[in-house]
Structures are given as C-alpha cells and as structure tokens.
Design a protein around this ligand. Structure first.
Ligand code: NA7
Length: 558
C-alpha cells in the first residue's frame, strides 16, 4: 500500500462527513461558547463552562476525544509523565475510579480514558467529531465569534475557546522529492488506525525526538532492517515504566490530595520538581550518587527533579551532561555509534529529554543502522528510498517522526480574525504575545488553554488550570453583567516581556528546538523566539490567582 505524505494525506484520514448538516446560506446556530478541540483543554473547558450554565458546542477534527492522544497512535506511543499525574484532577471520584495499568500508560489506554471521561460526565452530547473549524472571525456588531467548519456549516458563540493544543499540527520535513516515495509512509502524529507491520521490511525513521525514540524502540523489534536518520542527537534517560501493582494502585488512589498538591506546586506541573540545592553544595561522590539514583528511578526526575542550577549554570549543566554522555558510552557497544548519539551542540535538559526503554541498546542490534545527518545530510527522497550525501538507503517504509509546527501551528491552521478583521497570524508574525498565555489583545472573548506563553510542562495540568481560570473570569463577568473582555495591550506587553526575561536566564534560550520556536521545515522560522512561560507553574499560578482576587484589572471590560 502506498500512502502519500503531503498535507492532503494528513488531512484525509479523518475528514469524512460531519454529523450535523446545515445549508451554508442559513443563519448560524448560536451558542454561548464554541470550543475547538477535544483534548484535555477542550474537555476541561466544556466541563467548567457547562457548570456555569453556558450552552456550548465543541468541534473536533478527529473521530474521538483525546487530542494529541487521539492522533499520536504510532507504535510505542506512551506518556512519559506518570499516568496518574497526567489524568484529570477535577474529580476525586474519577481519579479513584480509573485504574491506570502502567506507570506510563500507552496510547490505547489513554484513548480509552478520554472516552471514559466524556461518557462519565455526559459530555459527548455537546461534542461534534470529524468537524474541522476553518474560520473564526470576531463579529464586532454582534460581539460574538462567527465560526465556519470545513463543510461550510456556520455557528456563532459569545466565547471562542481554541483548545487546539501546543503540539498538534504535524510537521513534515522539508526534503526534496518527499512526495515521490513509493513505499509506505507515515507521520507519527497521523498514524493510521489499521495495524502496520514492520516484519520483513526495510524501515527508515527520520527524527529522534520523543516520538521518534518511542517509535524506534518498537520498530527495531521486528523490522528486517531499521535505518534511523538522526539530525540532532538528544540526551535521553530511562523511563522506568512498569505495571502498577495492586498495592501501588491502592496507594495512588489514597494519595489524591497529596498528588494534586505535588503537581500544582512543582515547577512544570510534574510529580518531579527541582532539588533546591545547588549542584556545588554537594561532594563529587554525593552528586554522582544523586545522578545515579535519579537516572535509575521512574520518570523525569533526572531532568525535572535535578539540582536547581543544572538548567541555568553552564558548569552545573556540564556535570549532568557529562554523566549522561558516560551512560550512552556504557550502553552502546560500538564507540563510533555511541559518539554519534552523544549531543555535542547543547547541554542536557536544554531541549526536551525523551524518556526511553532500551533505546540505546537498539543500536547494538545487527538490524539497526544510525545515519548521522549532521555529517551526511539527506539530499533527496526518491521512490525507492533516501539518498544522503554519502549513500543510498533502499526502503520499504518511511516514518516521519519530525514533530509538530509547535505552539502556534494549530492556531495558524485556522483563519482567526479579531477586532477590525485583524488576522492572528499577522499579529504574531514576529512571535506570539499574550496575557498569561491565554488571551491576546484585539481578540475579545478568545481563550487559549495552554496557549503561547502559558506555563507548560505537564500540559493537561496547564489545561485544567486554565479552564478553571476561564470559569472564574466568566463567573466574574456574569456577576458584573459584562459580555466583553480583552486584555489591555500594556498587560500583554508586560507578560510577554516577563516571559522573555525569564527565558533569557535559562540555558534553553541558547538552543534551537520547538521550546524556542525554531522550525527548520518552515520558511522564516529559523531564529529563536519566546513561546512558553518558563518561570515555573507556581509563579504562574500566583499571577493568575492575583488577577481573580483583584477583579481582573488587566482587562478592557464592557
Ligand atoms: P520533536 O521533538 O520536534 O522531534 C522532531 C525530530 O525530527 C527531531 O529529531 C528533528 O531533528 C527531526 N527533524 C525534523 N525535521 C527534519 C528534517 N527535515 N530532516 C531530518 N530530521 C528532521 O517532535 P516529537 O514528535 O518527537 O516530539 C514533540 C513533543 O511532543 C515532545 O517533546 C513531547 O512533549 C510531545 P532536529 O532536532 O530538528 O535537528
């Protein structure tokens, strides 16, 4: 079977008929709030807004709920934050009912979880799947958002909640000849629902980020030959996954309040938060012991729970980077391959650290080859495979684990226009600017859970928190008789500047990745910008909660 790899294919998979048919010419159907996206952000928003009595309609292009967890069904896709820190916290009953089978659940279980949640809280009746929003224009006269779906049906809502997700718009690589490949081709974030076999096949994977790593680990098990095309080597650390035992299950369910407190008070909404000591406060032996412990423990502790200065002080960062480099050399038998897998151009943790299960050992298998694209770049994809500057790799299947047009890509995919017809893309041409990562001046009643410059990390936590905050804002508006809010430009400038200032103190700011808004597959996106708030979830929460306490002084209100 041949699957083309253009954007049409990406779009093709789930765009069949929508469930509600309406003549393009008739009046739009009106709601209080229109929500785009049935991931954690959309579900959280729907729950909160319905509780406030708002009539809501949620549109989702996928065939079911889950957002990124609906689409990312590639082999081996799983959480790398603990399952019980990733699921919803809004209901203690839900938390205690749902029993995650693994500490880091795989995609099928996560998809089941999202379906369970929407049925458990009777949300499905307000959700419309296989419905892609094409346009959302603010109608100044009506003080409402006019929304058009891909099939031409029209809706109107006082609020527009764009829960489109920071990592949802798949990005194909910009490589000459990509459309010519004659074998099977897949993008990890648009993996088909039907089974895909690697047995007896020569498979190529392009990309070694979090998705690539999980895919590679799986494909290597059965492919006749796997060729990994790596552009930038990343530092990886063990995931430490395993089944949740009955005893652990009981403990997890009894710890709802404690886990909730932990994720909410940590730096990036994870169960792990930085150790408050400096790396230089401890002896060499103690530091080595600490690193060893974190490396062998479950989850992201080696990254998110390390000494406080590893991401700000270059000397501190060198120590942990050197530790991980040693681990790679120990685990990969061929020294030349090990050197290719060791990052040379950035320090540990300054880009996303993928968490792995025997990833490095894959390169000890005879059926796996690593191609270092920094040394020998891909020159062209041809019908039979991939040509690099050095050699030709004949392939039956190509997997693009090339990530996303992160943070702003999913907004750009919709024609969003605010006051006076201003396009959101135009406003953000030099990078996004927002107030608290959720609203932007000139776009009234437009809300972005986990939007650009929000405090990210464990994204469902950001989403849940942002949905709570939106409910507080609407509750306030209801009490005051308001129907219009828009952040004051100076509030937005202040927040954006604060995010910029915080980022400049981090080593991350010196490194290209989606964390710093770099996307080499798109024209004009090769210089770094500020796209996330990195001051810590606790500071973010303080700022958001101060706004609630003070009656939202940073808004223009009508
Ligand atoms: P990532 O982390 O953005 O990784 C994409 C990978 O694809 C990365 O290794 C890229 O190399 C590589 N890539 C992208 N374009 C090309 C081209 N043109 N040629 C060769 N290699 C390329 O995406 P993921 O899906 O793995 O993960 C994204 C996030 O989703 C992840 O952090 C989780 O939080 C969930 P590069 O590094 O750009 O050199």
């Amino acid at each position: 079977m041949t699957t083309s790899t253009g954007d049409e294919t990406i779009d093709m998979i789930e765009t069949q008929t929508t469930t509600i048919k309406q003549q393009q010419s008739s009046a739009p159907i009106e709601y209080d709030a229109i929500i785009i996206g049935a991931g954690a952000g959309g579900i959280s928003a729907l729950l909160h807004l319905r509780d406030l009595g708002l009539r809501c309609r949620l549109f989702e292009s996928g065939g079911g709920p889950g957002g990124a967890w609906y689409w990312n069904r590639y082999p081996g896709a799983r959480f790398d934050s603990e399952s019980y820190s990733y699921g919803f916290f809004f209901s203690k009953e839900l938390f205690q009912e749902w029993k995650w089978s693994e500490h880091f659940a795989g995609q099928p279980e996560t998809e089941r979880y999202f379906n369970y949640v929407i049925d458990r809280f009777d949300l499905r009746r307000d959700m419309q799947f296989k419905s892609r929003v094409d346009k959302a224009h603010f109608n100044d006269e009506k003080n409402a958002w006019d929304v058009t779906l891909a099939d031409g049906t029209r809706y109107r809502g006082r609020w527009l909640v764009a829960a489109v997700g920071p990592l949802t718009k798949p990005q194909l690589p910009k490589i000459d000849g990509i459309e010519s490949f004659a074998g099977e081709a897949y993008h990890t974030a648009r993996w088909p629902k039907h089974p895909v076999s690697f047995e007896g096949k020569r498979v190529g994977v392009i990309g070694t980020g979090a998705s690539g790593v999980q895919t590679i680990q799986e494909v290597a098990k059965s492919a006749a030959h796997l060729t990994v095309f790596q552009r930038t080597a990343n530092y990886m650390a063990p995931l430490g996954n395993g089944p949740v035992t009955d005893e652990e299950q009981e403990q997890i369910q009894a710890s709802f309040e404690e886990l909730k407190r932990k994720v909410n008070s940590s730096y990036a909404w994870f169960l792990h938060t930085p150790d408050q000591r400096s790396i230089f406060d401890v002896s060499d032996e103690e530091r080595e012991r600490f690193f060893e412990e974190k490396y062998n423990a479950r989850g992201m502790g080696i990254w998110q729970g390390n000494f406080r200065d590893i991401l700000t002080d270059r000397r501190a960062n060198d120590l942990i980077s050197d530790f991980i480099r040693r681990k790679i050399r120990e685990r990969v038998k061929d020294p030349e391959t090990a050197e290719k897998l060791i990052p040379k151009d950035h320090g540990f943790g300054t880009r996303r650290v993928p968490h792995e299960t025997n990833y490095y050992e894959v390169y000890n298998q005879p059926n796996v080859t690593l191609v270092d694209l920094k040394a020998t770049p891909i020159t062209r994809i041809v019908p039979q495979g991939v040509q690099t500057s050095e050699s030709f790799h004949e392939l039956d299947m190509l997997i693009y684990a090339t990530g996303f047009d992160a943070i702003t890509g999913a907004f750009e995919a919709i024609d969003i226009r605010g006051l006076g017809g201003q396009k959101l893309d135009d406003k953000w041409i030099d990078g996004p600017s927002t107030y608290l990562g959720v609203m932007t001046a000139g776009f009234p009643n437009f809300y972005m859970p986990a939007g650009p410059l929000s405090a990210q990390g464990n994204i469902p936590r950001t989403c849940e928190y942002n949905a709570w905050w939106l409910a507080e804002l609407i509750r306030y508006m209801q009490a005051e008789g308001l129907t219009y809010v828009e952040p004051k430009p100076e509030a937005e400038e202040e927040w954006t500047e604060h995010a910029r200032q915080v980022q400049s103190t981090l080593l991350t700011s010196e490194v290209d990745s989606w964390f710093t808004g770099v996307n080499r597959n798109r024209e004009g996106r090769t210089s770094r910008r500020v796209v996330q708030y990195r001051g810590g979830a606790f500071i973010y929460r303080e700022k958001c909660e101060a706004a609630v306490r003070n009656g939202f002084p940073e808004f223009i209100k009508k």
